[in-house]
Design a protein around this ligand. Structure first.
Ligand code: Q46
Ligand code: ZN
Length: 297
C-alpha cells in the first residue's frame, strides 16, 4: 500500500501506477504541454525523476527520445550515464548523449572554479543551453524535464523570498516556444518526490540514488526541508502553495517574463537568443575551456 497524505488516499500497486499516469496526463492536458505530432526530448540525468518521466511518457504513447548531458562531475557523472544507458537499452529507446568535456571543452566543476560561480549556477546555465540548442537543431518540438512538485514548490519559495519577479513570471509548467527557444514542459508537476521513487521501484527502473556531490550548500535543499516540515504538519501545503500561485498569482508576473524575452538578439557565436552580443553560455564556455571566442567561427 502506498499512502499519499495530500490526497488522503492509499493505493495498491496497479492503482498507484494508474494514479501517476493520470497525474501526468492531466498536467499535459491542463497546461497544453504537447500538441499532436510533437516530437519530445526528455532531459535524462539517470535519477528517479527523469527516468520515471521518460517511462510515463512512453506509457502514454508519446514520440519521445532521451538526452543525457555529461557534466563531468567525477564518479557521479560516470555512474549516472550508466543508469540512463541501461534504462534506454533495456527498452529499445533512443538516448542521445552530449558531454560537456568532450563536446564543449569544459566540466561543471572546472567552470565553477574558473568563474567563481556556484557549480549549480554553471550547471543550470549549461543544461538550459544544451537542451534547448540540441532540441532546436535536431527537430524536437518540446524539451521535457523531470521537475516534480517538490522541486517546483522549493523554487517558488526561493523566488518569493527574494521577490524575483522575472523568475516568478517564468515559473510555470510550460514555457512556450519563441524565436530561438523550444517549448519547455514539466509534466511531473503534479507528482511528489516520494511518488517518483515509488514509481521507479514498482516499474523496476534502476536509478542513481546518490545525490550530486555539488548540491551541498544549494539553497533549494534548505527550502525543501522547510516545505517538508510544513507538509508533515499540514499535508497538501506544497500543492496548494504551488497551484494557488499558478492559478491566482502567476499571470501578474507573466508580462515581466514576456518583456524580458522581447528585444533579444542572436548570439554571434551560437545563435541563441541573448540580451548581449555573446550569450552567457558562450562566455562561460570561453572562460572555462580556455578557447577564445571566434576561433571556431
Ligand atoms: S547536477 Fe548540477 Fe544539480 Fe549537481 S551541479 Fe547542482 S544543478 S546539484 S540538479
Ligand atoms: Zn552563444
Amino acid at each position: 500500500m502506498i499512502d499519499i497524505k495530500r490526497h488522503n488516499a492509499g493505493f495498491c500497486r496497479d492503482h498507484f501506477l494508474v494514479h501517476c499516469r493520470e497525474q501526468v496526463r492531466r498536467a499535459i492536458h491542463d497546461h497544453k504541454m504537447v500538441e499532436p505530432g510533437d516530437r519530445i526530448v526528455v532531459a535524462v540525468s539517470g535519477g528517479k525523476d527523469s527516468l520515471a518521466l521518460w517511462d510515463l511518457l512512453v506509457g502514454l504513447e508519446y514520440d519521445v527520445d532521451g538526452l543525457y548531458l555529461g557534466l563531468g562531475i567525477g564518479e557521479y557523472s560516470g555512474e549516472s550515464v550508466q543508469f540512463a544507458r541501461k534504462y534506454a537499452s533495456a527498452r529499445g529507446l533512443k538516448l542521445h548523449e552530449v558531454d560537456l568535456q568532450d563536446d564543449l571543452g569544459f566540466t561543471v566543476p572546472g567552470a565553477a572554479s574558473v568563474t567563481h560561480r556556484s557549480p549549480c549556477g554553471a550547471c543550470g546555465l549549461s543544461k538550459r543551453h544544451v537542451f534547448n540548442t540540441f532540441a532546436r537543431d535536431h527537430g524536437y518540438d518540446v524539451v521535457a524535464t523531470g521537475h516534480n512538485l517538490d522541486d517546483e514548490a522549493a523554487v517558488l519559495l526561493g523566488n518569493v523570498l527574494r521577490w524575483e519577479t522575472g523568475y516568478l513570471g517564468r515559473q510555470h509548467p510550460v514555457l512556450p516556444s519563441a524565436p530561438g527557444f523550444v517549448r519547455k514542459v514539466k509534466p511531473l508537476v503534479r507528482l511528489g518526490e516520494r511518488e517518483m521513487a515509488a514509481y521507479c521501484v514498482l516499474q523496476g527502473i534502476d536509478y542513481q540514488v546518490e545525490e550530486c556531490p555539488m548540491a551541498e550548500g544549494n539553497r533549494h535543499l534548505g527550502y525543501k526541508e522547510v516545505l517538508n516540515a510544513l507538509e508533515e504538519r499540514s499535508p497538501g501545503s506544497k500543492a496548494s502553495f504551488l497551484f494557488g500561485f499558478l492559478e491566482r498569482a502567476h499571470a501578474q508576473f507573466a508580462t515581466v517574463a514576456v518583456e524580458e524575452r522581447e528585444g533579444l538578439s542572436a548570439c554571434i557565436e551560437c545563435g541563441s537568443p541573448t540580451t548581449s552580443e555573446i550569450c552567457a553560455f558562450c562566455r562561460l564556455r570561453e572562460r572555462a575551456s580556455g578557447v577564445s571566442l571566434g576561433e571556431g567561427r
